[in-house]
Design a protein around this ligand. Structure first.
Ligand code: NAD
Length: 261
């Protein structure tokens, strides 16, 4: 399997799934721009890529701000060359807060990052990819993008939005050689809950749900375990490969069988 040639940008590349994807793309030969709101993790990701002989740099920013995403893609193209791969992995959880506990401010922030941020990433990447007639966009949605579970109303609605966005962009840009796909992970071992609390700040809801509960994860996943970030990264590399040229608008579920039941 070979990646489409060119540079990659990974939002949310400073931790968890985004970091694993950035490291895997770097190891497979792509120079990688690592974009994240929290700088410490992003710099660690760059070091991890360089330690394996890859090329990377960190750019800090907030995916919910168009100017930050626009500037990051411009910087990536300037330093690494034409953008071939865009991975939109930045996201936060709403703590499975029920609608009666969910404040409008938290709802808006979750949607601004998970959905509007993914829109910004796709729009900016397509401006580079469509004129060149080549590109791969991989959006990290969730099982919460397919069923009414896996988060609270803000998270589930935002991830359903990511799936819809993926489909319409896939349909409108397939003829230009750009594929747009989503990965829908089940429970994966990351720091999502801690990072979401930090990013939401004073108004953050308590992080409930199955993510903090091993017994609940066993109960919902026929595989009986969490997935790993490497399992998600391997799928992202496939979707970013030459061999996946005819795969577009797809939602690749990686959930240990949770939604198959
Ligand atoms: P994580 O917290 O380890 O990584 C998310 C990264 O995104 C963090 O580094 C965070 O700083 C960054 N980020 C958050 N808001 C940002 C913003 N506004 N601008 C730029 N960067 C921002 O969590 P993760 O589990 O690796 O999450 C990655 C993606 O996977 C998210 O979209 C999440 O919704 C999705 N996901 C996670 C799971 C899971 O079980 N962990 C399951 C399904 C989907």
């Amino acid at each position: 399997m070979s990646l489409v040639p060119g540079a990659a940008l990974v939002t949310g590349g400073g931790s968890g799934i985004g970091r694993a994807i950035a490291v895997a793309l770097g190891a497979a030969g792509a120079p990688v721009a690592v974009f994240d709101l929290l700088p410490d993790g992003g710099k660690d990701t760059v070091q991890a890529i360089e330690a394996k002989g890859g090329r990377a740099f960190f750019v800090s920013g907030d995916v919910s701000r168009w100017g930050d995403v626009d500037g990051a893609v411009a910087a990536a193209v300037g330093r690494l060359g034409p953008l071939a791969i865009m991975v939109n992995a930045a996201g936060i959880l709403d703590g499975y807060a029920r609608v009666d506990e969910l404040t409008p401010a938290v709802f808006e922030r979750v949607v601004a990052i998970n959905l509007t941020g993914t829109f910004h990433g796709c729009k900016r990447a397509l401006a580079e990819m469509a004129p060149r007639g080549a590109g791969r966009i991989v959006n990290i949605a969730s099982v919460a993008g397919l069923i009414g579970d896996g988060g609270g109303p803000a998270y589930v609605a935002s991830k359903h939005g990511v799936v819809g966005l993926t489909r319409v962009l896939a349909a409108t840009h397939a003829a230009q050689g750009v594929t747009v796909n989503a990965i829908c992970p089940g429970p994966i071992a990351t720091s999502l809950r801690q990072n979401s609390t930090r990013i939401l700040g004073a108004g953050a809801p308590v992080m409930r749900g199955i993510g903090g509960d091993e017994a609940a994860i066993k109960a919902v996943t026929p595989a009986g375990r969490r997935g790993t970030v490497e399992e998600i990264a391997a799928a992202a590399c496939y979707l970013a490969s030459e061999e996946a040229a005819y795969v577009t608008g797809h939602t690749l579920v990686i959930d240990g069988g949770w939604t198959a039941r």
